[in-house]
Design a protein around this ligand. Structure first.
Ligand code: NAD
Ligand code: GLY
Length: 358
């Protein structure tokens, strides 16, 4: 088992990762000081696959366990779903010390974190992410949220989990397209912070797609280390943490303009990373060679690198709704070559337009 620490003073926690962690996590959770009652929040599909294993592990460690199922899908990441969870927590008489566990992908993780942050003004929660994207990104760092009809993740809180358990065995049942979405975020970490890791991914991308265990563990661990390092330096995104949004500015616009139906989050991020790399190239911040390497790796991963028929005005309008807008200026995370990124807020509309219609 590998362990990565997220250093945040009294809110520090560990990310445990390896094979076979789910059946044995009950005893580890016992070591975290919490109440005896636990509520697991999950969706029907993941409950069917992993609910019993988790339940046995928790009851074996002496916990009283209840499961709350929420419907599967981004469209249910809403305040209405949160209210239904509150209702159940009140029925079950969950108290301040009683932890929640999020078992599934980022949708369940984000909503569980949001409920944990707000129910009784805050109860502990634990993340057990079962998608690759959630394992390398959404389960770490304490961004919790639900969507508003006018924008994604507009209602939320920074609220850190008590622990994260990543069992790579759960990825065996994850559809290939979902694996690729996680790989998009893994590639992002190489681009923003670690050129050697990017090279490692270039050398091993096919094995990663095929879930080679050594490559997978190294890639998840390195991604978690980079995210943990960034979050521990800037938990509430005053500056540095924004680099984690590389590719997300245009990615979010693409998701929103296609009503979250055409592209998965990771696919939109993959396209967004290509546009961000192109903006970096056109602004003179990175070389042609580095730009090509980014496009080639995303392509080799089997992820989309372009979108046709984009309405550039609609994209620009949509960029202004993004949470990354500051003083009416769109902030772009651009790369100064692979492994290094910076935040820029003076990119002209003309250049954005040029890159979008490339
Ligand atoms: P998701 O939670 O919708 O999961 C994708 C699908 O995989 C679902 O249908 C789910 O039921 C299924 N699934 C989950 N685990 C499975 C398994 N092991 N086997 C088979 N099927 C499984 O999507 P996601 O990509 O995990 O998360 C996307 C969400 O994460 C978005 O809402 C996004 O906003 C959020 N996010 C949050 C952060 C953050 O920092 N909080 C970061 C990135 C993304
Ligand atoms: N996924 C971006 C962040 O956690 O800040």
């Amino acid at each position: 088992m590998e362990v990565v620490n997220v250093g945040l003073g009294e809110r520090s926690y560990s990310i445990y990762m390896g094979k076979g962690l789910l059946p044995e996590c009950g005893n580890r959770i016992k070591n975290i000081k919490t109440g005896k009652k636990i509520v697991v929040i999950t969706n029907p599909a993941v409950n069917k696959l992993y609910g019993d294993t988790l339940k046995n592990s928790l009851t074996g460690a002496g916990f009283i366990v209840n499961f709350v199922e929420i419907p599967d899908g981004e469209e249910y990441k809403t305040i209405n779903t949160a209210v239904k969870i509150y209702d159940r927590l009140i029925d079950i008489k969950m108290e301040r010390e009683s932890p929640l566990i999020a078992l599934s992908g980022g949708v369940t993780g984000d909503i569980t974190g949001f409920v944990a942050a707000t129910y009784l003004r805050g109860v502990p929660y634990i993340q057990i992410p079962t998608t690759l994207l959630a394992q390398v990104d959404s389960s770490i760092g304490g961004k919790t949220a639900v969507n508003h009809p006018r924008g994604k993740n507009l209602i939320g809180a920074f609220y850190q989990p008590k622990a994260v358990f990543i069992d790579i065995d759960t990825l065996r049942t994850l559809p290939k397209e979902e694996i690729l979405c996680g790989i998009a975020e893994i590639i992002k970490y190489g681009i923003i912070r670690d050129r050697d890791f990017f090279e490692y991914l270039e050398d091993n991308i096919k094995k990663l797609i095929n879930l080679n265990e050594d490559i997978l563990i190294h890639s998840i661990k390195r991604s978690c280390e980079i995210k943990a390092d960034v979050v521990s330096k800037d938990e509430r995104e005053t500056d540095l943490r924004a680099i984690l949004n590389f590719g997300h500015t245009i990615g979010h616009a693409i998701e929103s303009l296609t009503n979250y139906k055409k592209y998965r989050h990771g696919e939109a991020v993959a396209i967004g990373m290509v546009y961000a790399a192109r903006l970096s190239l056109e602004s003179g911040f990175c070389s042609n060679k580095d730009y090509d390497r980014v496009v080639n790796l995303i392509n080799a991963a089997g992820l989309p690198t372009a979108i046709s028929g984009l309405n550039t005005n609609a994209v620009i309008d949509s960029l202004y709704l993004d949470k990354k807008v500051k003083e009416e200026k769109i902030r772009f995370i651009l790369m100064n070559g692979i492994g290094s990124t910076e935040i820029y807020s003076d990119i002209s509309h003309e250049l954005i337009r040029k890159v979008l219609s490339h």
